[in-house]
Design a protein around this ligand. Sequence first.
Ligand code: NDP
Length: 316
Amino acid sequence: MSGTSSTNSNTPPNDEGRVEDEKIIDGKAFAAGLRGRVKSRVDTFRTRTGCAPGLAVVLVGENPASEVYVRNKARQTREAGMESFEHRLPDTTSEKDLLALVDRLNRDPSVDGILVQLPLPDQIRADAVIATIDPAKDVDGFHTTNAGLLAIGGDGLVPCTPLGCAMLLEDRLGDLSGKHALVLGRSNIVGKPMAQLLLQKNCTVTIAHSRTRDLAGQCKQAEILVAATGRPRMVPGEWIRPGATVIDVGINRIVDESGKNRLVGDVDFESARSVAAGITPVPGGVGPMTIACLLHNTLLAACRRRGVEIPEGSAD
Ligand code: NDP
């Protein structure tokens, strides 16, 4: 697989001026392909049903990062041929009012997926909101019903970021059976569902967190390392097993040595790249996969709710 990276100083540019590096796992390119496949299946869905899958995104308050995410989600939803319903509520919205909106969206037949952008203002409990979303429309996969289905290997909706990581891993490595995977981080959004997915794919899974002893030694054993800690560059190259595949979920905004703002992952990319067989860059790795998987989940939810079967890889 090829990718572009301005940080790759060891590999010469090719004829088109791009830098080729077989080690880079190009999430941006994979996500573009996935969005294209979703779009052609959405076209089939529209032909068969006469309507488009619909995604409702709810944003409460004016968090600038959330604004950007919501705008991107809405744009990519429309580009995939789906309906995008945006609901922007003021910072002062009460929990009761937000729950009433979620309830309306649950009952709205044109809405197949509901996403409430986190974080929420302090007066609103995220848990209460997630619990109110109809699990069949819970395209973020955060509802306890979907978390439970993932744990027992059932057919629920899987959280988008770990789903995207698993797709990248299978694309790079093929069958994951028997591989030793370490997931660094145990959040409900990334770490735990990631570990469940890898277990489902027959990996031997270790979950590490802030209380893990000998983190370096644990990491060093892993053939697959997924880092999701939110700690900039905390995993150095020395912690990585030679030939391992590294998925860096972290998105951390830092001020670098030259005073510039930049995004870095939870892995020290330069030192890790020299040891790993494959690694996702930040940006351009896991990030683009999250929205692509949201579109995938929305189409899946629409097909299930409306009893339409459009197998992946097929379109008519
Ligand atoms: P959380 O803060 O919810 O969880 C972080 C996890 O990392 C916790 O389990 C914590 O352990 C563990 N951890 C923190 N510090 C250490 C340490 N020093 N050593 C070992 N373990 C540690 O974060 P999220 O899971 O929500 O997100 C993780 C990262 O992924 C963030 O950078 C976030 O921005 C990014 N992210 C990226 C997405 C994408 O689209 N690419 C989507 C979602 C998140 P403990 O439980 O013991 O506290």
